[in-house]
Design a protein around this ligand. Structure first.
Ligand code: G16
Length: 543
């Protein structure tokens, strides 16, 4: 078998963002583009000779081609074995599960998450380390540095492999095992949740819908919900993964998961609805005519964690990303548990989980998870909710209302302005920064500002510092206004405006979040000059 050394030149812009390298498909299709990045990864992760690599993706367009390149490069670079999902499929949480279970050295996950898929849409790749979690910033920065001076990559000269049959074979001296993408993950879920109780709930007439949005969770949800738990056929909607996600935008929020939202807000709505995203790590939870914000979902899971067998012994602590509402902080405080505030990006939770400091983590961006893997996990959150519903036997809305009565309600919303000119987007943040010195002590939206800053995080485990993680305007009553640029977009800039206001009085818990935050929304756009600078008079997406 011939091992080739291919001489190449660096490409600009291969710095991994919030979650790996995401670009348009035609960028990845340029000769050597993917191979350069993969070699830069291999050159930055230490000695993996003879070790195992996990490879899989969300099934989007270019997934199969990318996997063939990666397998040949893994063989030429000295990996001993690759575990690859059948059909090239592995959801992000399942890849994390497989890395951990099989003690792999790491994994390459091919996904651009919820971003649309197809020849004119997005593709992505990220590297996860041996704990199953996204590579930390020191490693992603080393990869980026390597992309800047790369001059060759190694690849085996051999035929493509058949990804569609499970089984083992040898490729250029390296063992390849094509695995069932679902079974390890399903077994892990069975070890965490009371499948008997959930089965009884589903058999009792309790109705639910799960929208896989034609993305990777289809096979997982069908096998677990309809197969193992006995939910009626048709419970899983849009369950067949497609290379273009059926032309949709598999981001489980109120805007993009509209098909499910219409069912959950229609006549005879099911008691429970949920959706997941392109690569299966995000989740949206709905009740009958009721939306659970991701921030509230984390808080409810924390407060009810011991109802699930996998967490019956209690949880060590909770972590949330900075822009996520402080609802979970209130639960943690009442339970006497530590609560950590990290920058946006799941990679920041890994150290906390490895050190045993936290069990549950969550982000406002529809991500929730625990130390069972090192990624956020959409179906895990759905099963956790089903376990809680099976034990409490109350509607989703009642669970939330009781939660707010006990802990108060953190009204919360995120306004996204997508595809904004990058210079204008930076100027919006800069306008707020320019007022840092004068704002504290003044009144805005009827509240007194206590502090303003650029959020900075010092990892309590390894001491690494991450700066400029969002512009914050903090108020004395706990309200917050945060301006941040997304690190996952592929065209222009996306401004995220996060708004939060705390209400202790339960007689005021029945408002719509947009109404409760109306004064904050107006004040934030005036403070930042957002409308003038971007030419946008309303957000692209409100969640
Ligand atoms: C990724 C990250 C998350 C992050 C989200 C949004 O999720 O893993 O930690 O919260 O992007 O990031 P941003 O606000 O920078 O766009 P996913 O599901 O896209 O992998």
């Amino acid at each position: 078998m011939l091992m080739q050394t291919v001489y190449t030149k660096p490409f600009d812009g291969q710095r991994p963002g919030t979650s790996g390298l995401r670009k348009k498909v035609n960028v990845f299709q340029q000769p050597h583009y993917l191979a350069n990045f993969v070699q830069a990864v291999f050159d930055s992760i230490g000695d993996f000779h003879g070790q195992t690599l996990v490879v899989g993706g969300d099934g989007r367009f270019y997934n199969r081609e990318a996997i063939q390149i990666i397998l040949k490069m893994a063989a030429a670079n000295g990996f001993g074995k690759v575990l690859v999902g059948q059909g090239g499929i592995l959801s992000t949480p399942a890849a994390s599960c497989v890395i951990r279970k099989h003690q792999a050295y790491g994994g390459l996950i091919l996904s651009a998450s919820h971003n649309p898929a197809g020849p004119d849409e997005d593709f992505g790749i990220k590297y996860n380390i041996g704990n199953g979690g996204p590579a930390p910033e020191q490693i992603t920065e080393a990869m980026y540095a390597r992309t800047l001076d790369i001059d060759h990559y190694k690849i085996a000269d051999c035929d493509d492999v058949d990804l569609d049959q499970t089984g083992s074979f040898v490729l250029a001296g390296m063992q390849v095992e094509v695995i069932d993408p679902v079974s390890d993950y399903a077994a892990l879920m069975q070890s965490l949740f009371d499948f008997d109780a959930i089965s009884k709930l589903l058999a009792s007439g309790f109705s639910m819908k799960f929208d896989a949005m034609h993305a990777v969770t289809g096979p997982y949800a069908t096998a677990i919900l309809e197969g193992l738990l006995g939910a009626p056929a048709g419970t899983v909607m849009n369950g067949e993964p497609k290379e273009d996600f059926g032309g949709g935008h598999p981001d489980p929020n109120l805007t993009y998961a509209h098909e499910l939202v219409e069912i959950m807000y229609g006549d005879d709505a099911p008691a429970f609805g949920a959706a997941s995203d392109g690569d299966g790590d995000r989740n949206m939870i709905l009740g009958d005519h009721f939306f659970v914000t991701p921030s509230d979902s984390l808080a409810v899971l924390a407060a009810n964690a011991t109802l699930a067998p996998g967490y019956a012994g209690g949880i060590a602590g909770v972590a949330r990303s900075m822009p996520t509402s402080a609802a979970a902080d209130r639960v943690a405080a009442s339970m006497g548990l530590p609560c950590f505030e990290t920058p946006t990006g799941w990679k920041f939770f890994g150290n906390l989980m490895d050190a045993g400091k936290v069990t549950l983590c969550g982000e406002e961006s529809f991500g929730t998870g625990s130390n069972h893997v090192r990624e956020k996990d959409g179906l895990w959150a759905v099963l956790f909710w089903l376990n809680i519903l099976a034990v409490r036997n109350e509607p989703v809305a009642d669970i939330l209302k009781k939660h707010w009565q006990q802990f108060g309600r953190n009204y919360y919303s995120r306004h996204d302005y997508e595809g904004v000119d990058s210079v204008a987007a930076e100027a919006v943040l800069e306008q707020v920064r320019d007022q840092f010195a004068t704002l504290p002590g003044t009144m805005l939206a009827g509240r007194r500002i206590s502090a303003c800053d650029d959020f900075s995080y010092t990892d309590p485990v390894d001491g690494s510092v991450s700066r400029n993680q969002g512009v914050r305007v903090l108020f004395e009553d706990g309200s917050r206004m945060i301006f941040r640029l997304s690190g996952t977009g592929t065209s222009g800039a996306t401004i995220r405006l996060y708004l939060e206001s705390y209400e202790a009085d339960s007689s005021k818990h029945g408002l719509d979040a947009q109404d409760a935050l109306a004064d904050m929304i107006v004040a934030a756009s005036r403070l930042s000059g957002l409308i003038d600078r971007t030419g946008r008079d309303k957000p692209t997406v409100i969640t």
